[in-house]
Design a protein around this ligand. Structure first.
Ligand code: NAD
Length: 364
């Protein structure tokens, strides 16, 4: 999964570079709506992906972002085992200035024109309430508030999938997946971080939390019996697991040589600053890496359950599948001496290609 930026303004060459199926430009001048919807791959099912409302330096940046994010969703859906493809939408502009009911509903009409090949959901700048508004114009929406039958806050499911990713890593490293006495640093004590700390402490792991918001970190530590870490540069902490749950890019040329952890497994998106180079550095150092896009898939799973009408217990069962999926990735990485990120990509591609081969035989 390449995430490089393309500056070529030839749209068709961009589409073929990222292997996309479709890109739709949606405009309503009167409302100030400028949106881009990208559909990367629908082999496994309709393309799901969030709607991001963001100011971009250039329109080209917005297109690149949407192409990159929708491709990432294809891989995430494929490896998670759900029957969904990858898509994304970007609405260009300042969230607090442009977002109105009319703009969101007009956007919903454009989503509807894609006739279910794209299902929209939450991303930066959009809320469950916004999804409710978009739903006034199209049924192809997920991430609605729980009060109207949606999946609501996805972070508890994300925390759960990360927890299973951690247990899988521990199993592969130590031969059993008991967390008792294992030392785990959770970086970021936000919504996912707090849920994760709670799950880890229930199994008597020794948990350290860090956050740039000191009050938040102290609150979470006190509530669940974890320890706070106040130092800034703590990448050389001698722990079993480092769980990045704050921001992306923390696995880079500077931090990786310092790491003393044995396993990395957390929720933050795009943890590897350079997927190929930094992924290989982790492999060479013998540090097990549970790919972020696999183990943070709890949110995607909860949207999938919302669309399928599954119960919470079924959603949790699906989240538990992350355990075996993570073990398979780690084993493939070891066997083929490729980075865990590459191993995950290969497993995702194999699933898409195998289903592509049977799709031609399906009766329409
Ligand atoms: P959040 O905003 O609730 O929490 C993030 C926390 O990280 C905040 O408390 C923030 O103060 C802290 N933080 C920021 N920079 C930090 C730093 N340098 N060191 C330590 N702490 C720092 O976000 P969240 O919903 O808990 O998500 C956490 C991460 O997981 C994000 O990267 C998000 O993109 C990713 N993620 C979340 C979900 C979900 O369902 N919420 C799903 C997939 C991925």
């Amino acid at each position: 999964m390449s995430t490089d930026n393309k500056t070529n303004s030839d749209i068709f060459s961009l589409l073929s570079h990222f292997h996309h199926q479709k890109i739709a430009f949606c405009s309503d001048e009167a409302l100030g709506l400028k949106a881009i919807i990208t559909v990367h791959d629908t082999t496994l099912g309709p393309a799901i992906g969030g709607t991001r409302i963001l100011e971009y330096k250039t329109e080209q940046d917005a297109i690149n972002d949407s192409l990159r994010l929708s491709k990432a969703m294809t891989y995430k859906s494929a490896i998670t085992g759900v029957n969904l493809g990858g898509g994304n939408a970007v609405i260009i502009g300042n969230n607090s200035r442009i977002k109105t009911e009319a703009l969101l509903r007009r956007f919903g009409q454009f989503v509807h024109e894609l006739r279910g090949t794209y299902i929209t959901s939450l991303d930066i700048g959009t809320t469950p309430r916004d999804m409710e508004i978009i739903k006034m114009e199209t049924p192809h929406v997920a991430g609605l508030p729980a009060s109207v039958g949606g999946s609501g806050d996805s972070s508890p499911f994300t925390a759960k999938s990360v927890y299973f990713g951690i247990k899988a890593g521990i199993r592969e490293m130590f031969g059993n997946d008991s967390l008792a006495g294992r030392t785990i640093w959770v970086q970021g004590s936000g919504q996912v971080g707090e849920g994760l700390v709670s799950l880890l402490r229930k199994e008597n792991a020794k948990v350290y939390v860090s956050d740039i918001v000191v009050d938040r970190m102290v609150y979470v530590a006190n509530r669940y019996g974890a320890e706070v870490i106040k130092a800034n540069n703590i990448y050389n902490m001698d722990v079993d697991v480092y769980a990045p749950c704050a921001l992306g890019g923390t696995l880079n040329d500077d931090t990786i040589p310092k790491l003393k952890c044995k396993i990395i497994a957390g929720s933050a998106n795009n943890q590897l600053k350079d997927e190929d180079k930094n992924g290989k550095m982790l492999l060479d150092r013998g540090i097990l890496y549970a790919p972020d896009y696999l183990i943070n898939a709890g949110g995607l799973i909860s949207c999938y359950s919302e669309l399928a009408g599954y119960s919470t217990s079924r959603t949790l069962e699906l989240a538990e599948n992350i355990y075996e999926a993570t073990r398979s990735v780690i084993r493939k990485s070891k066997e083929e001496q490729i980075s865990a990120h590459q191993a995950a990509n290969k497993i995702a591609e194999d699933r898409i290609n195998s289903i592509k081969s049977i799709n031609n035989h399906r009766r329409r």
